[in-house]
Design a protein around this ligand. Structure first.
Ligand code: ANZ
Length: 849
C-alpha cells in the first residue's frame, strides 16, 4: 500500500535557497536582444521604496507578472522582466528634515530591504537591469528629456495660484490634498501665486484620448482617462458688462438655452472679477475670494453636490440677443481653468444653476418644454428644473417650436452669423504643474540670466546634481531648499560667460516614472538614454501590471512623455503600454481599542465573531481595510515565507480570488496551499513513479495542461490553481505515477511555485532547469472523454442513463440494455424501430399492441 512509505519532507527553506543560488549563479533570467526570438516585455509598476517595506498586498502583482514571465519563457519568448526603484519622494525628504540624515542614505537602506524581499519571493527579474530614479546616471536622462520638452515649447513658466502648504513648505498637487489639508501630515493648505514650471500636456489632449482606443486596457480604466481628459464641444458666446462694456465670454455646451439665461457666473479666481465688481461690493467679493482660496478646483468639483456658495458683484451684463440686464455673480462651482471661467446660468435647465438660484432667490426662465404634457405641467407647477436635453423650445423667439437638437444648431449658426459666438472644443485636462519646492528631486537643467532669458543645459552638462545640504527645510517664502545654497545657485555660464542663476525648483516624483520602461531596455548606456535598436526591439511594453491608484496620473503622464519622444523620433511606437491589468486590493482586518490605538492580530482573540484583547478581554472594534503600517494590519511577505516558504505564499496570493478583485487576507489559509504543495511533492518522490505511460495518467495531465494554460493566458490564476489541485486529487490514487505525466504538470506548477517546480523536475530525472524547457503541447487525443452519457428511451420516454464507452455501437447498446430490467420491463411489445444517435441517445419504439 503506497501510503506505508514515509512521505519525503518538503523542506521549503532548503529548496528555495538552493534554487535562488542556482538562478543567481547561472544568471538564469538575464536577457539580451535576440532577433531570432519573439520578444515579450512584462513590466511591474516599480515601487517607491518606503520605510515600511513590502506587505503581502504588493506581492499580488509581482507574482502575476512572474507567472506570465516564466510561462512565456517556456513558450520560447525572449522575456524582458526588469525591476527598479522610484526612489525620489517626499517621505525620505521629510525624514531628512527631522533627522538630518541624507535622503540618499535612507533610500538606499529601504531599497536593500525591498531587494531582499523581492529576491526571497523568487521573482525572475533580470537584476542586471536594476535602476533607481534618484541615481544621477538615471536622472541625467530625465533632465535631458525635460530639455526636449523645453525645446519643443512644451515646458513653460507661469505665476499660478497653487496649493501651498506652509507646514511642508511646498506646493502640492490637487491629488496630494484633501479637504483643504495635505494628505501627508494633514497640514492646512493656502492658495498662493508662485512662479512654476508647467508642462503643456493639453497640447496632447486629443491624441491621449484617441489613442486609448487601440490599447488593451480595462474599460473602466480607459473611462477614467477619458473623463480626466474631459473633452466637450460647445460654443463661446460674448456678453457685455453693462457699465463699462467689458466683454465677458462664456462657454456653453447648450447654446439653445440662451433665452433662459437669468444671471452670469464668474469663477472666484477670474482675472476680471475685480474689474467688473461694483466698488460698493468689492470688500464682500474680496472676502469671498479669500475664503475660496484654500480649496482646490478638484475638491470643489468633487463637492459639486455639496454646498454652492457665491456673492453678487453688484454689476450687470447685457443679454446678447434681447439686451436685458442680467446680474453677474461669483460662484464656487465655476472653475477658472475650464472653458472661459465664465458661465451663463440657466437655472431652469441646469441643476447646479437651479440650486444656486434657489439659494440666492434669482429668477428662472423655462425655455424647454418636455414632450410629455404631464411632466410639463408638473414642472410648471412645482417650478423645478428640467435638466434633460430633450423637448421643444418655448419662450425663445426664433427657436420656438424647434426640438433641442434643431435649436442648438440654429442658435449656433445665428451666433456665428452675428459674430457673437464661435464653436470650440474644450478639455477638462489642464496643463501639468511640474515643479516642486523640494530638495529630493531632479534639479531642472535650466539657467536663468539677469536679462530674464534662460538656457537649457546641454547633454554634456548633465547630470546636474543638487548641492549637498545640511538643512532640508524649505524657506518661509516657499522657495526650495536649493535656493539657500548660494554657491550652487549662482554661476558663470561656461557657454555664454554670463552671470546666471540655476533653477531652484525640482521636478515632481512623477518625472522619473514617466520613462523608466525605456531605460530598462538599455539601463547602463552612458552615451544615450537608450539605444534606438534596443528600444525598437523591446517596445512597447506587452503587459503592464499595477494598482488602480495609478489609473489616471502616472499613466497619462507617461503616455504624454512617450508621445513627445515619439514626435522627436526617439521612440518607435506611439503608445508605451500595449496591455495593462490592475491587481485587486488586498485588505485585512484591523483591531482598535475603544479609546483608539490599534492592536496587531497576535494580540487579539476571536470568540463567536467578536474580537477581544488578549489578557484584558477588552472588546475591540474591527474593520476590514487596506493594509497599513499605522493600523498594524499589514502582513509582511517575510513572516509568511519564514513559516511556509515563498512558493506557498505565491500560490496563496493567486488562489485567494480573481486577480483584479479586492480580497481579504487570511494568514491561516496559506497553510492550505502549503499542504497542497506538500502533496504535489510526494508524487515526485513516491516509489510508485514509473517510466511507463498509462492512458489515465496522461489524460489527467493533458486535461490539466489544457485548462491551466488557458487560465494563465487569461490571468485566471485562481481557477488555474484549482485545476492543479483537482489534478493532484485525481492523480494521487492511481496505482502508478508515470513520470511523463508528472513532468507535464510540474511544468504547469512551475510558473506559480517555481522553486518546488524546479526541484520536482530534477527529482523526475531532468537536468538543466525548467526555465527554458519548451512548454508541453496539449495532445487533443487525451481531451476526448473515453466514456459518454447515453440516454435510453422507450417510446420517447427516458427510462435510464448510463456512462458507456465512447463510440459504443447500436448493437452493443441493445445488448447492454437486455441486461437491465428497468428497461426491459417497458419492452413487453415487439420493437418496431430503433432511433440511434451515436454518443448520445437510443430510443426504442415498440408497436402499440
Ligand atoms: C449653459 C447651460 C445650460 C449649461 C444647461 C449646461 C446646461 P460639460 O458638458 O461638462 O463640458 N460650464 C462652463 N464652463 C464652466 C466652468 N468653468 N466651471 C463650471 N461649469 C462650467 O459642461 C459644460 C457646461 O458646464 C456649460 O454649459 C456650462 O453650463 C458649464 F441647461 O451653459 B452650460
Amino acid at each position: 500500500m503506497y501510503f506505508l512509505t514515509m512521505p519525503v519532507h518538503y523542506d521549503h527553506k532548503r529548496i528555495e535557497k538552493k534554487w535562488h543560488t542556482i538562478w543567481e549563479d547561472q544568471d538564469t533570467f538575464r536577457v539580451e536582444v535576440d532577433e531570432s526570438k519573439p520578444k515579450f516585455y512584462i513590466l511591474d509598476m516599480f515601487p517607491y521604496p518606503s520605510g515600511s517595506g513590502l506587505h503581502v498586498g504588493h506581492v499580488v502583482g509581482y507574482t502575476a507578472t512572474d507567472i506570465q514571465a516564466r510561462y512565456l519563457r517556456m513558450r520560447g519568448y525572449n522575456v524582458l522582466h526588469p525591476i527598479g526603484w522610484d526612489s525620489f519622494g517626499l517621505p525620505a525628504e521629510q525624514y531628512a528634515i527631522r533627522t538630518g540624515i541624507h535622503p540618499e542614505i535612507t533610500t538606499e537602506k529601504n531599497i536593500s530591504t525591498y531587494r531582499c524581499q523581492l529576491k526571497a519571493l523568487g521573482l525572475s527579474y533580470d537584476w542586471s537591469r536594476e535602476i533607481k530614479t534618484s541615481n544621477p546616471s538615471y536622472y541625467k536622462w530625465t533632465q535631458w528629456i525635460f530639455t526636449k520638452l523645453y525645446e519643443r515649447g512644451l515646458a513653460y513658466e507661469a505665476n499660478l495660484p497653487i496649493n501651498f502648504c506652509p507646514a511642508l513648505g511646498t506646493v502640492l498637487s490637487n491629488e496630494e490634498i484633501e479637504g483643504g489639508y495635505s494628505k501627508e501630515g494633514g497640514f492646512p493648505i493656502e492658495r498662493r501665486l508662485l512662479r512654476q514650471w508647467i508642462l503643456k500636456i493639453t497640447a496632447y489632449a486629443e491624441r491621449l484620448l484617441e489613442d486609448l482606443e487601440e490599447l488593451d486596457w480595462p474599460e473602466s480604466l480607459k473611462r477614467l482617462q477619458i473623463n480626466w481628459i474631459g473633452k466637450t464641444q460647445g460654443v463661446k458666446i460674448d456678453f457685455l458688462e453693462k457699465e463699462n462694456q467689458i466683454p465677458l465670454t462664456v462657454y456653453t455646451t447648450r447654446p439653445e438655452t440662451l433665452f433662459g439665461v437669468t444671471f452670469l457666473l464668474l469663477s472666484p479666481e477670474h482675472s476680471l472679477v475685480e474689474t467688473i465688481t461694483h466698488p460698493d461690493h468689492w470688500s464682500n467679493v474680496k472676502a469671498y475670494q479669500k475664503k475660496i482660496s484654500s480649496q482646490s478646483d478638484r475638491e470643489r468639483e468633487i463637492g459639486l453636490t455639496k454646498e454652492k456658495t457665491g456673492v453678487w458683484s453688484g454689476s450687470y451684463a447685457l443679454h446678447p440677443i434681447h439686451g436685458q440686464p442680467i446680474p453677474i455673480w461669483i460662484a464656487n462651482y465655476v472653475f477658472l481653468h475650464y472653458g472661459t471661467g465664465i458661465v451663463m446660468a440657466v437655472p431652469a435647465h441646469d441643476e447646479r444653476d437651479f440650486e444656486f438660484a434657489q439659494q440666492f432667490r434669482l429668477p428662472m426662465q423655462m425655455v424647454i418644454e418636455p414632450d410629455d404634457p404631464e411632466i410639463c405641467s408638473f414642472l410648471l407647477q412645482k417650478k423645478i428644473c428640467w435638466p434633460y436635453p430633450k423637448g421643444t423650445l418655448i419662450n425663445s423667439s426664433f427657436l420656438d417650436h424647434l426640438t433641442v437638437d434643431e435649436a442648438r444648431e440654429t442658435m449656433t449658426l445665428w451666433l456665428l452669423k452675428e459674430n457673437k459666438g464661435e464653436r470650440v472644443t474644450y478639455y477638462k485636462l489642464r496643463d501639468w504643474l511640474f515643479s516642486r519646492q523640494r530638495y529630493w528631486g531632479e534639479p531642472f537643467p535650466i539657467l536663468h540670466f539677469e536679462d530674464g532669458s534662460k538656457r537649457a543645459l546641454q547633454l554634456n552638462e548633465l547630470p546636474l546634481t543638487p548641492p549637498l545640504l545640511k538643512e532640508y527645510l524649505p524657506s518661509d517664502s516657499g522657495e526650495s531648499p536649493l535656493a539657500r545654497a548660494r554657491d550652487w545657485m549662482e554661476v558663470i555660464d561656461p557657454v555664454t560667460q554670463k552671470k546666471a542663476q540655476r533653477e531652484s525648483n525640482t521636478m515632481p516624483q512623477w518625472a522619473g516614472s514617466c520613462w523608466y520602461y525605456l531605460r530598462f531596455c538599455d539601463p547602463h548606456n552612458d552615451r544615450e538614454g537608450w539605444d534606438p535598436l534596443k528600444e525598437k526591439y523591446w517596445l512597447p511594453v506587452d503587459l503592464y501590471v499595477g494598482g488602480t491608484e495609478h489609473a489616471v496620473l502616472h499613466l497619462l503622464y507617461a503616455r504624454f512623455w512617450h508621445k513627445v519622444l515619439y514626435d522627436c523620433g526617439l521612440v518607435s511606437t506611439p503608445e508605451p503600454f500595449k496591455k495593462l491589468r490592475n491587481q485587486g486590493l488586498i485588505t485585512a482586518r484591523s483591531y482598535q481599542l475603544p479609546g483608539g490605538g490599534y492592536l496587531a492580530s497576535h494580540e487579539v482573540v476571536a470568540k463567536e465573531g467578536r474580537f477581544y484583547q488578549v489578557g484584558s478581554g477588552i472588546e475591540l472594534r474591527t474593520q476590514i481595510e487596506k493594509m497599513s503600517k499605522s493600523k498594524l494590519n499589514g502582513i509582511t511577505p517575510d513572516e509568511i515565507i519564514e513559516e511556509y516558504g515563498a512558493d506557498s505564499l505565491r500560490l496563496y496570493e493567486m488562489f485567494m480570488g480573481p486577480f483584479d478583485q479586492e480580497k481579504l487576507w487570511n494568514s491561516d489559509a496559506v497553510q492550505g496551499c502549503s499542504r497542497f504543495l506538500h502533496r504535489f511533492y510526494q508524487l515526485a518522490t513516491s516509489d510508485k513513479l514509473s517510466e511507463e505511460v498509462t492512458e489515465e495518467a496522461m489524460r489527467l495531465a493533458h486535461r490539466a495542461l489544457f485548462h491551466v494554460e488557458r487560465e494563465i493566458q487569461e490571468m485566471g490564476f485562481n481557477t488555474a490553481i484549482a485545476k492543479l489541485m483537482e489534478f493532484v486529487n485525481d492523480f494521487t490514487p492511481l496505482p502508478q505515477y508515470p513520470k511523463k505525466a508528472l513532468k507535464i504538470v510540474t511544468q504547469l506548477l512551475y510558473p506559480f511555485a517555481p522553486h518546488i517546480g524546479e526541484e520536482m523536475w530534477e527529482l523526475l530525472g531532468e537536468k538543466g532547469g525548467l526555465t527554458y524547457t519548451p512548454f508541453p503541447k496539449v495532445d487533443p487525443h487525451y481531451l476526448i472523454d473515453p466514456t459518454v452519457l447515453y440516454i435510453i428511451q422507450v417510446n420517447g420516454k427516458v427510462r435510464g442513463k448510463w456512462e458507456l464507452p465512447r463510440d459504443t455501437s447500436q448493437e452493443k447498446l441493445l445488448l447492454f440494455i437486455q441486461g437491465k430490467t428497468e428497461i426491459t420491463k417497458h419492452l413487453t411489445l415487439p420493437i418496431e424501430k430503433v432511433i440511434f444517435i451515436p454518443n448520445k441517445l437510443i430510443n426504442i419504439v415498440t408497436t402499440t399492441k
